[in-house]
Write a protein that binds this ligand. Structure first.
Ligand SMILES: N[C@@H](CCC[C@H](N)C(=O)O)C(=O)O
Length: 262
């Protein structure tokens, strides 16, 4: 089987993109997806995304983690698939699409993609740690000296902690303030089972945690990640977060073809 693929990255969170409007991709083949995402034996990426037709919006996004399993929402993947849809000529400067967590809108300004995230209603905040459901589950852990923090080992412990068994585990974000309008975030990602260079739903969760703790109902925050910089906008109304937007770069890095014996 011959599979055409495209590779995109958003702040260093990288994805294989497949134009699956013909529904030909063997979407239940976990081994194939994890093989394609493997950095040594495959193409290499944090995840794989199918772009499919949708009856109610411009397209549908189906997201898989690099372990080969379909998962919950990916914010950077969402920004990347918008750039992909633009490059395929499906959309121009505005996109609407459906994903596992519902409908999304995005605005395109060359390589900068601003994606509207779901309303965030499920969260608990404390000085020790917080939890936000931003399309994917996110534990937020404040730390000092984040640059030298052992994100892999500490993240793994929390990701498999008993308290997250019921949500199928969690992603883990370690957070340190930089200034009054910027934070630094490093994320251990569920399903990649490693630290990634950026996580969009994680950065969104960390920004809303900042908003809660500083009582900022409407605002924006710069978020430094290992792969660059993202920005989150929010508006809290009726005790939940709406108008939550994630902004940052999303770029095509290369395209190719994979020849497989299936
Ligand atoms: N990289 C993502 C998050 C992807 C989903 C996550 N690994 C999970 O399974 O919960 C992002 O940018 O949001």
């Amino acid at each position: 089987m011959n599979i055409k693929f495209y590779k995109y990255q958003g702040a260093g969170n990288d994805f294989i993109m497949i134009d699956d409007r013909s529904l030909n991709f063997p979407k239940d083949n976990i081994q194939l997806v994890s093989h394609m995402c493997n950095r040594h034996f495959g193409i290499g990426s944090d995840g794989l995304i199918l772009l499919q037709n949708d009856t109610l919006s411009d397209f549908r996004m189906v997201y898989y983690n690099s372990d080969g399993n379909e998962s919950t929402m990916c914010g950077n993947g969402g920004r990347c698939i918008v750039a992909f849809a633009r490059d395929l000529g499906i959309i121009d400067k505005i996109a609407t699409f459906n994903a596992i967590d519902g409908g999304h809108i995005a605005e395109i300004n060359y390589d900068i993609i601003k994606l509207k995230m779901i309303n965030v209603k499920e969260y608990t905040v404390s000085d020790q740690y917080s939890f936000f459901q931003t399309g994917s589950p996110h534990h937020i852990q404040p730390v000092n000296n984040l640059k030298n923090h052992d994100v892999y080992n500490e993240g793994k412990k929390i990701r498999y902690a008993e308290m997250y068994n019921s949500t199928g585990g969690t992603n883990v974000n370690f957070v340190e303030p930089i200034s009054k309008d910027e934070i630094f975030v490093r994320t251990y990602e569920r399903g990649v089972e490693d630290e990634t260079l950026a996580c969009g739903t994680g950065v969104t969760a960390a920004a809303l945690d900042f908003a809660e703790k500083n009582n900022i109902r409407m605002g924006e925050l710069k978020v430094k990640v290992l792969g660059g910089e993202l920005k989150v906008y929010w508006f809290k109304k009726h005790d939940y977060y709406q108008d939550v937007w994630l902004e940052g770069p999303a770029k095509n890095v290369f395209k190719g073809e994979l020849d497989l014996d299936l």
